[in-house]
Design a protein around this ligand. Sequence first.
Ligand code: ATP
Ligand code: MG
Length: 333
Amino acid sequence: FDLKNADLKNLAELGQGNGGSVMKVEHVPTGTIMAKKIVLIDAKPSVRKQILRELQIMHDCKSKFIVSSYGAFLAEPNICICMEFMDKGSFDGIYKKIGPIDIEVVGMLALAVLEGLTYLYDVHRIIHRDIKPSNILCNSQGEVKLCDFGVSGELINSIANTFVGTSVYMSPERIQGAEYSVKSDVWSLGISLIELALGRFPFSDAGSDDEDTSDLESSSEHHKTAMNRDSLIAIERAEKTAKRHNRRRSKGVSLHGGGMMMSIIELMHQIVKEPAPRLSPEGRFPKEAEEFVNACLLKDPEERKTPGVLLAYSWMKTSRTSTFDLKEWASTF
Ligand code: ATP
Ligand code: MG
């Protein structure tokens, strides 16, 4: 494909994230339906070219657990990334529409995510960096695939405010400034699995829904001593974004959609200091699911399991041999 905007007809808006928006488009010359991600980047021409080069790696990612890419192009001041259109959307949208996801489906999703992570890492040495329900997609074939993985270091650097969007799934060690590892993705998977199985974000809501961000500011003051420089930069960015959102919506610090989420600082503090969330209440879910999620959410990254080890867990064996029909399931919504 030689992709350019002139050949792409907008059909619908699929969603908006912190980095940009995603449109359902038709590539008119070929009649191909695609998802076009538009990312506003604030970068020099040389950096933009570098980003495009890096995005080429996406093209080489060929796995049934990874959303395939048609290519990327510059449309100043944006970068557009055209990818496979997944007609059932992302799992955050799915559970918000149909409620908590059947644990059998969650197990099969966990298996697909692990297979995708293993492929990215073993074949391309790529760490995903942004595992969360909105980056796990589903189609009416019942296929589950990952999108939005960190192929481009320069793109990651150039997207303003990626922090707010990703932080709630961030591992304790990342919050404290450690480098990303494939185990950070495993943590994010564990949080996502609980969110999907319970039908709500697993951290408790201890925050405020105030009209201004003064509490956010004072709490970051409070934790400044405990956090390192990276975290502080991230917090400052988050505060700026929160303020901007407030101005736009004048509805409080809505960091996770509903407006009931605790402030990001408190949440980060909780992730680092408190015991990890679990599949609860105990006994509601199969033992092997509990065991798997607990292994994803070991707070010490040394102890936490790698995708390769997790693939051998009994819940994954069960999921691999499950006769549950995901295609049939996907036809119900
Ligand atoms: P964030 O910006 O915090 O990462 P996000 O993942 O929701 O959040 P985007 O990546 O911009 O933001 O995606 C917006 C929405 O577009 C997603 O929630 C998803 O529902 C939809 N979407 C993204 N890619 C595709 C695709 N290939 N096919 C179908 N829908 C998609
Ligand atoms: Mg996304």
